[in-house]
Design a protein around this ligand. Sequence first.
Ligand SMILES: [Zn+2]
Length: 441
Amino acid sequence: MQHCDTLFHAARIITQDAGRTVLDDAALAVRDGKIADAGPVAELEARWTSDERINLPNMLLMPGLVNAHTHAAMTFLRGLADDMPLMEWLQERIFPMERELTPHIVRTGSLMGFAEMLRTGCTACIDMYIFEQAVFEAAHTAGLRCLGGEVVFDFPSACCPDPRAALETTRALADAWKDDPLLRVAVCPHSVYTTSEKTLRDCARLAEELDLPLHVHLAETPAETAMSLKLHGRRPAAHADACGLLRPGAVVAHAVDVNEAELRLLAERGVRAAHNPSSNMKLASGAAPLPAMLRAGLTAALGTDGAASNNQLNMFTEMGRAALLHKLVCADPTVATAREILDAATLGGAAAFGDPALGRLEAGAAADFIALDLDSPNLRPMYNPVSHVVYAATGAEVRLTVAAGRVLYRDGRFTTFDYPALLREIDDIRDFVLRKTGTGR
Ligand SMILES: [Zn+2]
């Protein structure tokens, strides 16, 4: 007999292993934050003793979802400005409010975002924002994984007066968090339309020097393509490539206005695409060509983007919308299958995060998983669990969220922070925003 920390016993487990095995009446043995074993409960009971046993009858275990593109702190702007075009929304509503940011607002907004993510089954996210140090502090408090970076613009942000300062902040962040097992730093130029060619090249150089991943918004709208052609004489993907941004493992958010040749280029460079269907639909940015991405061999992940343009940070919502959006756009119900969408939200997210131990539940993988209540009326009867996860679940069925073997959320309670206190803090920030915007709403 071997000994583990905790044995989790559930009715079913979607493993996302190479054979996409779904186990019935099965268990996970968790030791030191990793999955030591997974399989039928009788076999695990014969092999493992444990300090603790958590029985999850009528529950489905599955890998924690990976939110591959977000700005967690932007929960503080949720619902402040809706129903506007991207550039007007950014320039008139979002950027002016972001000039008022403080580390406290970013920390509180981020913790609110992480609470929503944990509550809806997300255990890892890829973030970029202003005062990212405060985002990392919130992620450290919440206990989920975060690959984050200080956003680099050519204009001043509330945190950094210029791109040079933003890159120095990135360097300091990477040094400050280098020993944290759950938090990793990325170099995050905002986009090709908010940064000069020199800044983009400096970003690529820093990523190379410190061996950090790179995360950038790319080809979000046809308007961005027009701006890129005007500013740089190249379409966004070609410009990003010329500046050295399309490095292996780089995450490009959106990739909406991309042609077949650009998809092949992104795939050849080993870049990951973070598809944000809700944000793209809400801002009418267009539909990223997800089926064509997959055909081109490009690794696709799913993200929520920020709460100001979604307005949820719920990966179940994102999976459902992704599956439906592409069927409608392609006039083909066979594209964006439930299997492909779940793969994007788990294994694709793991690739974007740069950690192959995420997104699957088998021996050696990270103990990042969630449990869904199969007694929820919208999940009965069940013929195909993958279908239910993508098309029927809403995230409200999540009863347990575990990252690195640690229970972060269970049965309505967050275990790592004081949620009622967080609610009071976010309401104080709402009052501050109302005073600043003078909307009186
Ligand atoms: Zn974004």
